[in-house]
Ligand binder design. Sequence first.
Ligand SMILES: Cc1cc2nc3c(=O)[nH]c(=O)nc-3n(C[C@H](O)[C@H](O)[C@H](O)COP(=O)(O)OP(=O)(O)OC[C@H]3O[C@@H](n4cnc5c(N)ncnc54)[C@H](O)[C@@H]3O)c2cc1C
Length: 594
Amino acid sequence: MLWLLQTDSELTTTRSYYLSAEVPARAISLYECHLMTEGMPPTPLSTGVPRAAEMFPILTPAQLSRIRAHGRLRQVQKGEFLIRLGERTTRFFVVIAGQIELLRRSVTSDELFSFEPGMFTGEVSMLSGRNALVEIRASGPAEVIELDRERLLTLVQTDSELSDIFMRAFILRRVEIIAHGAGGVVIVGSAHCAGTLRVKEFLTRNGHPYSSMDLDRDPGAQDLLDRFHVALADVPVVICRGETVLRNPTNQQIADCLGFNEAIDKSELRDLIVVGAGPSGLAAAVYGASEGLDVLVVESDSPGGQAGSSSKIENYLGFPTGISGQELAGRAYTQAQKFGAQVMIASGATGLSCQHKPYAVVLGDGSRLLARAIIIATGARYRRLPIYNLAQFEGAGIYYCATFVESQLCTGEEVIVVGGGNSAGQAAVFLAQTARRVHILVRSEGLADSMSRFLIRRIEDNPSISLRTQTEITALEGESHLERVTWRNIVTGDIETHNIRHLFSMTGAVPWTDWLDGCLALDSKGFIKTGPGLSHDDLAAAEWPLARPPHLLETSLPGVFAVGDVRGGSLKRVASAVGEGSIAVAFVHQFLRQ
Ligand SMILES: Cc1cc2nc3c(=O)[nH]c(=O)nc-3n(C[C@H](O)[C@H](O)[C@H](O)COP(=O)(O)OP(=O)(O)OC[C@H]3O[C@@H](n4cnc5c(N)ncnc54)[C@H](O)[C@@H]3O)c2cc1C
């Protein structure tokens, strides 16, 4: 990152960013700052990459004529920009004659690719209407078919052959963009800092590319922060869209900067709002949107929910070798967008306005999203260990999920997994691949009552995993990072302290229902009651206004449904969450027809 310091005095462009209030405003842009790339011609993007033919397919004349029916033919001139980096992706192009070129910029290089006749532009941003991660311009006079985003979505939903070709290409292109860290996001932070981990997870789970510089490994990064008076509390620093500098930003600030939600009109009255984008919410979005409902999903963090934090789900139908929660969530997210559902990221529901129709989901900024029907799919989160200084180490040794990102942090070290459910078992087996030793701690006498048999066998067969039953954590110690953990056997009272720096907490779940503020009947643990689970007293207390009883999955408020882990009596499994999300849509249709 030293290049930034060495070159910035020479730079004179119009975009600006400020690393420190004390530093005079400098008109510089990240891309112009790249010593590595500055003045260097872009390199041709290799067509030798795996699956290049699927990433950049050539359409047949028959396919081109079907696209032509949805768009307009137009001429473009040499040098004309068809899509500029960072602008909202609203247009899609297919080359008929001549050539247009794609410029993909990353921290280390700029790459060029030429679209020949029969090829098309676009990647996953096309579906959501988010900001473009690459630039497209004409390299000479060319003839193209231009489609706006709505027309493209219609085509994707009605022409299954083209849908397959586009979707495959879009996803593969996004994977390539992520692999190259293109797209203008750079994280400067420490691998041992909770905020850095959070930001990386947020971007990863949203499928957004980034490059990162590690303060612990890259002396240039530290120099940079010192020079610009960036204090420890300001880390991580996120350079967004190549031009704006965010200091220790919230996920919402990152989403705003990257324009994740720009395409969403908050004033529109929707057929259906789904609150929560875990498996149940995404299933509701896919089924709702594919059946013609106008669907908006509101997600307080990233799509995927708890499942998104699972290293490998092995009991979900159709994936005999298992699938990572992130991959499953990523596919579902893309699928929901393909059918036209909109997903609002890092913007949680803080209230439900249930006195009048249409109902309104209230957001943190006070805005109200109106809907004829609502599906609540807010799931649950792990209970926090009752240790007084737990918060000090969250993200700095205490983790609530075990994905590739966390596993890299504890390679070769000892780790603790607390909990006896399937999620804890999965985490232990996964971490044992890279950690030196995994200790599973449970308060119960064994795992048989809480964990699937196949996981118990894997744990028993793995010499790197030791199970400690009837044991609880009593103390955590460390400075900026967890360094020591003390546990106690609750039967013998024996206490042990170990130099262990990583603890994965995967204990019982608490529902996300505090935001509902008395609108719906809840059970004694705070889960939402639905359908037959609602007693006469519940309905009387809620002043249920209809002659019919609530539908299956309908709450004590007509037209408001609850699905997945947040629902009282639910099975706490991906398959049941997905099933409930899709079933609820059938009842939404019935409700809307009334
Ligand atoms: C590590 C782990 C491994 C697991 N492994 C398996 C497995 O192998 N097999 C299996 O069947 N099950 C597994 N599970 C359980 C499974 O993941 C859950 O049952 C499933 O994710 C529940 O889906 P859901 O959509 O109901 O809720 P969640 O997955 O909890 O999703 C809820 C979503 O709602 C969002 N949200 C919460 N509050 C708000 C709000 N106010 N506004 C907007 N959004 C909000 C959350 O951010 C979250 O994204 C595992 C769980 C974990 C944690």
